[in-house]
Design a binder for this molecule. Sequence first.
Ligand SMILES: [Zn+2]
Length: 271
Amino acid sequence: MPELPEVETTRRGVAPHITGRKILNVNVYEPRLRWPVPADLPAAAEGKTVQDVTRRAKYLLINLGENELLFHLGMSGNLRIVAPETPRMKHDHVDILLEGDITLRYNDPRRFGCLLLLNPPTQEHPLLRHLGPEPLSDQFSGELLYKLSRQRKSPIKTFLMDQAIVVGVGNIYANEALFLAGIRPTRPAGEVSLKRYQALAEAVRKVLSDAINMGGTTLRDFVGGDGKPGYFQQTLRAYGRGGQPCILCNTELKEIKLGQRASVFCPSCQR
Ligand SMILES: [Zn+2]
């Protein structure tokens, strides 16, 4: 599943190719994504110039001036840049043709992603309105986590994955950040000290920016015929390593379910 680093890598991969170009044509071959692609979207986009491509949480926003296109990659979606004559493959659902013979093509085998049209004020859209701060922005900090967590009895991992607290910390990165910060995923969020939240915020920044930097090596894969861009292998310290030795102390890592999600921790390093 594309997580925040993959979405950011996708943004960096496609933005240079489409920014400043006019949209000539939008072809929706399969509108039945997670939500139907709005019937008025092609007409609203055609003739507009892409002002910039930004990201909010795991949403990609293509700014067209007065309105915006919003993509979500869902479980299995990807965007790539192809030549317009490139034959469509199975699960290629949307083509956005831009001047300069460039096509932005959306592929999504499971169709859990979406393409929506946002009218101003775009940041007030129901999908965006209640989102917490970006983890790599100055608005995110240990102080913020500490303040928001007081009196909370929910496990810290559940708290950290709450999109109203901070966006884009998916299951993999929550496991990794808690491992780095030495905090047990089950610890009630309200019991964790400011100092430990500062370490956790630092760890969240590190695991996400390391993954984004790794994604940078795949940027060239965004251009081409049938390449599947953007999902990269990473070195994971905790996630997926239940039953294996801790890289710090050799203790066997423990795997439990927390809010239906796999949670791996070191019983010795994480308290
Ligand atoms: Zn350990």
